[in-house]
Design a protein around this ligand. Structure first.
Ligand code: ADP
Length: 443
C-alpha cells in the first residue's frame, strides 16, 4: 500500500510542458520525504513508453510490458538484495502515450515486521498449542491407565472364567465399572448354571423311566409265548431305540456334570485305581466285542489332584471308544506312564480303524461322529473327555498308531505339594488345550 501511495504521489507531480515533454516536479526535499517515508531503501524511476528512463534510479529495470493497465507488484533484485517494486502506467494529457512510474523498496522492515509477528504472536501460540497438546496427552494417558489395567486383568483371565474380578487388583477409580462387570459375570454364571442344571435334571428325570422301559422290554423278550419273529420285528428295534436314548441321556448328564462351573476343591485321586476299576467294568463289553485288553499299570498309587467323577468319565469314554471302534480280534492297550515326578500320562491305544488327520480336531466337537460311523453313540463321548481334561488341567492329544489304529494320550499333573491347591477355576480353556494338542501332534 505504501509503495502504491508513493507511486500515486509521484504521479500527482508529473505534468507535460507546451512541448509535450514530461516534467517531474520532484524537488530534492520531496525526494527526501519519499525516501524517508519508508524505513527501507527506496528507489523510484520515471520512464516513457519507449523504455527510456526520464528520471530517477537507473538500477530499476526499465518497463517492457506495454500491455499493463493498472499498478502491478513484483519482486526484483537490486544490488543482490530482494526488492519489492510497484510499476504503474499513467497518461499525462494531452499525449495518449503511457508514462511509467516505478517505485521499489527493500524488504528489511517487512521482514522485521514478519519476524516481530512471528515472535510476538506465533511463537507464544505455538508454545500454547504444544503445551495444551502435551497436557491433553498426559491427561488422557494418565486418565486411561486404570482402564488399561482393568483390560489387562480381564485379558489375563481364562476364556470361560466367569468368577468375580478381585476389586483389590483393579484401580479404585474403576470400582463402579468392576462391580458392574462382576454383576454381569454373576448373572451370566447363574444363567449358564441354571441351564446346565436344567439339562442335568431333565436327563436325570428321563433316566428312571428309560431304565424301567429297558427292564420291561427285557422281560417281554424273555416271555415264553413271544416268538423270535415278534421279538425281531417289534421288540428289538424298540429295545435298540430305548438303548440309544438311554445312552444319550447318560451322556448329557455326564456332560452337564463335567461342565459344571465355579471354583470347586479338587480331590486326591488314585489314577491307577480308577483305570483299573474302569477296565474291570468294561471287561465284559470287550469280551463280547472280541477285543483283547492289555493293562500296564504301576503297582503303587498314582495320585493326581482332580475331580473323581470327571476322571472316571474321561477314562471310561476313551477305553469304551477304543473297544467300540476296533474290529473283532483287535487289541486295546491301556498304560499309565509316569514320565517324571510331575507328570503322568494315560495312554489308550487301539489297533482299530484309526482317525484321519482332518478329523482329529472335529471328534471333540459335540454331537460329531466321523461320517460312516455305525453302532451306538451320539458324538458326545469325546466332548465329555475334553471337558474333563480341561476341568482338571490335563492335556489331551491324539496320534496315529504306527501299524494302524489310534493313540489317545492324556497328560495329568501328579499330586505333589504345589499341585495340591489346584482349584477348578484354574482350569484351562478349550482353545489352550486344543492348541497344545495340535502343537504336540506336530512334534
Ligand atoms: P460316539 O462314540 O458316541 O460316536 P465320541 O465323541 O466318543 O462319540 O466320538 C466321536 C467320533 O470319533 C466317533 O463317532 C468315532 O467316529 C470317532 N472315534 C472316537 N474314538 C475313536 C477310536 N478310538 N478310533 C476310531 N475312531 C474313534
Amino acid at each position: 500500500m505504501l509503495l502504491l501511495k508513493s507511486a500515486e504521489s509521484i504521479a500527482g507531480r508529473l505534468t507535460r510542458n507546451e512541448a509535450g515533454i514530461v516534467v517531474a516536479d520532484l524537488p530534492s526535499a520531496a525526494q527526501a520525504i519519499l525516501r524517508q517515508s519508508v524505513k527501507d531503501r527506496f528507489y523510484y524511476q520515471i520512464a516513457d513508453s519507449y523504455g527510456h528512463r526520464l528520471t530517477g534510479d537507473a538500477v530499476l529495470p526499465l518497463p517492457a510490458d506495454t500491455e499493463q493497465t493498472g499498478p502491478k507488484f513484483r519482486m526484483i533484485e537490486v544490488d543482490g538484495q530482494p526488492v519489492r517494486m510497484c510499476r504503474m502506467p499513467i497518461q499525462i494529457t494531452p499525449s495518449p502515450d503511457d508514462i511509467w512510474i516505478q517505485v521499489a523498496e527493500t524488504l528489511d522492515s517487512r521482514q522485521r515486521f514478519l519476524r516481530h509477528i512471528f515472535l510476538s504472536i506465533l511463537v507464544p501460540q505455538i508454545m500454547l498449542i504444544v503445551l495444551a497438546s502435551l497436557s491433553v496427552w498426559l491427561g488422557v494417558t494418565h486418565g486411561l491407565k486404570p482402564l488399561d489395567k482393568l483390560g489387562r486383568v480381564l485379558r489375563s483371565r481364562a476364556k470361560v472364567d466367569l468368577s468375580p474380578i478381585d476389586i483389590g487388583k483393579t484401580p479404585k477409580e474403576l470400582a463402579p465399572v468392576t462391580n458392574a462387570l462382576n454383576d454381569v459375570f454373576s448373572n451370566a454364571n447363574d444363567l449358564i448354571s441354571s441351564q446346565r442344571q436344567f439339562i442335568g435334571n431333565a436327563a436325570h428325570q428321563l433316566r428312571t423311566p428309560l431304565t424301567a422301559l429297558t427292564t420291561y422290554l427285557d422281560y417281554i423278550g424273555r416271555l415264553e409265548n413271544s416268538t423270535d419273529d415278534e421279538f425281531d420285528g417289534v421288540l428289538k428295534p424298540l429295545s435298540e431305540a430305548v438303548n440309544r436314548v438311554t445312552h444319550l441321556v447318560n451322556r448329557l448328564l455326564s456332560l452337564a456334570r463335567s461342565e459344571e462351573c465355579g471354583a470347586k476343591e479338587l480331590e486326591q485321586v488314585d489314577l491307577s485305581a480308577v483305570v483299573n476299576e474302569v477296565g474291570v467294568n468294561l471287561a465284559a463289553f470287550a469280551i463280547s466285542n472280541g477285543i483283547c485288553m492289555d493293562f500296564d499299570l504301576p503297582e503303587t498309587p498314582v495320585y493326581i489332584q482332580a475331580d473323581p467323577g470327571d476322571i472316571v468319565e474321561l477314562v471310561t469314554n476313551l477305553i469304551d471308544n477304543a473297544i467300540k471302534y476296533t474290529s473283532r480280534r483287535g487289541s486295546v492297550w491301556v498304560k499309565l506312564d509316569q514320565r517324571n515326578s510331575q507328570t503322568v500320562a494315560l495312554i489308550v491305544e487301539d489297533d482299530g480303524r484309526g482317525i484321519d488327520d482332518n478329523e482329529k480336531m472335529r471328534i471333540f466337537e459335540r454331537f460329531y461322529r466321523i461320517p460312516g460311523t455305525d453302532g451306538p453313540g451320539c458324538g458326545l463321548g469325546l466332548s465329555i473327555v475334553f471337558e474333563a481334561a480341561r476341568s482338571n488341567a490335563a492335556q489331551i492329544n491324539v496320534f496315529d498308531r504306527p501299524g494302524g489304529g489310534t493313540i489317545f494320550l492324556v497328560k495329568f499333573k501328579t499330586n505333589n505339594n504345589e499341585g495340591s491347591s489346584l482349584k477348578k477355576s484354574e482350569k484351562k480353556d478349550r482353545a489352550t488345550v486344543l492348541e497344545e494338542r495340535s502343537l504336540e501332534r506336530q512334534v
